[in-house]
Ligand binder design. Sequence first.
Ligand code: ADP
Ligand code: MG
Length: 292
Amino acid sequence: SVPLSFFGGLGAASRHGILMKGSNYLEAMASLDTVVFDKTGTLTTGKFQVTDVDPVEGTKEELLRLAAYGEFHSNHPIALSVKEAYGKSVDETLIGCVEEIAGYGIKAEIKDGERQQGLYIGNARLMKQKGIEITDQGSVTGTSLYVADGSRYLGSITISDTIREDVPMALKGLKAAGVRKLVMLTGDKPEVGQAVGEKLGLDEVHGGLLPGDKVGKVEELLSRKQEGHNLAFVGDGINDAPVLARADVGIAMGGIGSDAAVEAADVVIMTDEPSKLIDAIAISRKTARIVK
Ligand code: ADP
Ligand code: MG
């Protein structure tokens, strides 16, 4: 049976905007060994700014338009930023079949004048898989989005994300609370992951991961954690529901509005502030003291 004071703990957490799906998760928060973060939408705001549009043929406007049409049905943070940068309304009747490939990007049929374009919009991994050669440099620092029409490479769009304001404080607080290892996993390219990891002083960073690779990494980290301690994974739920489920405690940012996140998670941070993790640990430890 569940000690009554745990209900008090769950209530205290919910008043802080932290929803816990059970007292066992509240209890587990008292002894975290490893906290693993997803990058996009978790450590970063997921509100990307388009910083560069570099067509190798056609105009910037045209490249951005094609990307916005292809991304129209996607809720991925990258898609939202492309649509916002385009800023014009989209004629949905021109959009045919669209396929979103997690960790890769989008394949979309766009009716453009007389042409039926089979567009690919995504990362270098997608271009490589489709045998499309990226003929320009692209950006080193930002997240690159490549656009191709069939096998024809059209150009790149660079977007950059910003670190959430309270993240440095959150990470410092976690270390102070005794968390041994802070890790970031990302499907973004390794260079972008490294840059964010160095800025934040994380213990480990792994980039270029597919959703399935993230599960593998979490399993490896679970096998390396201290006996009797727990691993938490913190994500936004977009492409990371399987890892949320695999961690001892799966924690999701609830504000982005991903139902998948809220469903797959054990704990939901309604305010999207990673620093709430520190409150959760404090409430957990206080509750455990009362129970004992
Ligand atoms: P993260 O691990 O940083 O949260 P994701 O796993 O959601 O990132 O996505 C990994 C990568 O897959 C992105 O950086 C992007 O290159 C590509 N990608 C995923 N979805 C899309 C999309 N809708 N449009 C373009 N690229 C995408
Ligand atoms: Mg993600």
